[in-house]
Design a protein around this ligand. Structure first.
Ligand code: ZN
Length: 196
């Protein structure tokens, strides 16, 4: 399985965004992770399509756009037009998740689903075949710099098992409070379950 880091631009210095984008271009990071927050689905507000359009002009790696917004379907088209390569939507924000995933794919880009810390992996059973990526929130979404929630390891194992059975090409992404120690344990959680 391919393995890489997708740094979040929430931590970037927006006064000199160009410099931070270039730093990620030069690094071994695989993707740009872009957190879009609307102040409704999550407490914070981040940025929207015009900023992403600017990032796209300079970025030499795929843009992984994580929508933490209500009614995300209204914005798929615009986010794809400004350069999203992957759009991930929250399970908790989509009443008709299958329709949302199909709408993203119809734009010719990849589709992912995000689960909040309290949302069970088993709820993905009927959508797992249709997605390119599952993102597990390892903190409650809305702020940078939070502490990694330990239960995430259990969810990674469950997800890995489901993916191996139904969609081996699907990627697993972990978002929030990641450091070198828990990144290593997250990786081990996948292997442990695979052996059982
Ligand atoms: Zn994110």
């Amino acid at each position: 399985m391919k393995k890489f880091v997708a740094p979040s631009l929430l931590s970037a210095n927006f006064a000199c965004l160009e410099k931070d984008i270039e730093m990620i271009n030069q690094s071994q990071a695989g993707w740009f992770h872009i957190d879009v927050m609307d102040g409704v689905f999550v407490p914070n507000i981040s940025f929207g399509p015009p900023v992403i359009k600017f990032i796209k002009k300079l970025a030499k790696k795929p843009l992984d756009v994580h929508l933490m917004i209500v009614e995300p379907d209204r914005y798929f088209q615009v986010f794809s037009e400004v350069g999203a390569d992957i759009i991930t939507v929250h399970y908790e924000a989509c009443t008709h998740l299958h329709r949302s995933v199909a709408a993203i794919k119809n734009l010719g880009i990849q589709a992912g689903v995000v689960l909040n810390p309290h949302t069970s992996v088993s709820l993905l059973e009927n959508i797992i075949k249709d997605v390119d990526l599952v993102l597990l929130m390892s903190v409650n979404p809305g702020y940078g710099g939070q502490k990694f929630i330990e239960n995430t390891y259990r969810k990674i194992s469950q997800l890995k098992e489901m993916i191996e059975l139904h969609n081996p090409d699907c990627l697993i992404e972990i978002d929030g409070g990641i450091d070198t120690e828990n990144a290593k344990r997250s990786e081990e959680s996948q292997k442990l379950r695979a052996k059982v």
